[in-house]
Design a protein around this ligand. Structure first.
Ligand code: 5RP
Length: 227
């Protein structure tokens, strides 16, 4: 499930502006999705021009893009820390995010939260006054039914995310299923995040509350940076 359908130009502008924040000799967290892909390409061009960075990918997709772009790829366990992470989002409101449109939010949260600085890159179609996009929840396969029951008790409507060009559900890079959980407009994202995290069988949810340091918003005529 993907939110927003902003222009490729707006995505590219946001991503390329954020990529300029990558400094020599650093470790960069590489997010997942069509907007972050532009940042990976831009970092790759900088590497070709002599920038020394190592990338930690949040998905098979971003690892493959990074390798294609010429960025040396390493793993979280092989580095002492992550200096900067750049990642997309499905919806942004008041600096909080819903992520997981690409079912990569488990590794994305791990790496984005580990970074000293986390930059979000979106086009302006992703901005909202309040979060209301269905929250992706990654679950252990055997826990799908019990987690869905608990989500309903919390007032959400869970839908098992179906795969495309494969019968059955989406299976994440790490072997989890994804429930897209519609809670309507979120009055208390932090409270819901805590409730979701407390459900046994939930691996990770796509509410990123208070994690972003800055949001780069691409528009048709430029980029706004919201700190
Ligand atoms: C993947 C994500 C993506 O960052 C999110 O879906 C945004 O993707 P895009 O830039 O293609 O709109 O959270 O799990």
């Amino acid at each position: 499930m993907k939110a927003g359908d902003g222009s490729a130009g707006a995505k590219r502008r946001a991503a390329e502006a954020a990529a300029e924040a990558v400094e020599d000799g650093t470790v960069v967290g590489l997010g997942t999705g069509s907007t972050t892909a532009y940042a990976i390409e831009a970092i790759g061009r900088a590497v070709a021009d002599g920038l020394d960075v190592r990338g930690v990918a949040t998905s098979r997709q971003s690892a493959a893009l990074a390798r294609d772009a010429g960025i040396p790829v390493t793993t979280l366990s092989a580095v002492e820390g992550i200096d900067l992470a750049i990642d997309g989002a499905d919806q942004v409101a008041n600096g909080d995010l819903i992520k997981g449109g690409g079912a990569a939010h488990t590794r994305e949260k791990l790496i984005d939260a580990a970074a000293d600085r986390f930059l979000v890159v979106v086009d302006d179609s992703k901005l909202a006054d309040r979060l209301d996009w269905p929250v992706p929840v990654a679950v252990l396969p055997d826990a799908e039914g019990v987690v869905a029951d608990r989500i309903r008790e919390l007032g959400g409507e869970p839908t098992l995310r179906p795969a495309e060009r494969k019968d059955g559900p989406v299976v994440t890079d790490d072997g989890h299923l994804v429930l897209d959980c519609d809670f309507g407009e979120l009055d208390d994202p932090a409270g819901l995040a805590a409730q979701l995290s407390a459900i046994p069988g939930v691996v990770e949810h796509g509410l990123f509350v208070g994690l972003a340091d800055a949001t780069y918003v691409g528009r048709d005529d430029g980029v706004d940076v919201i700190e």
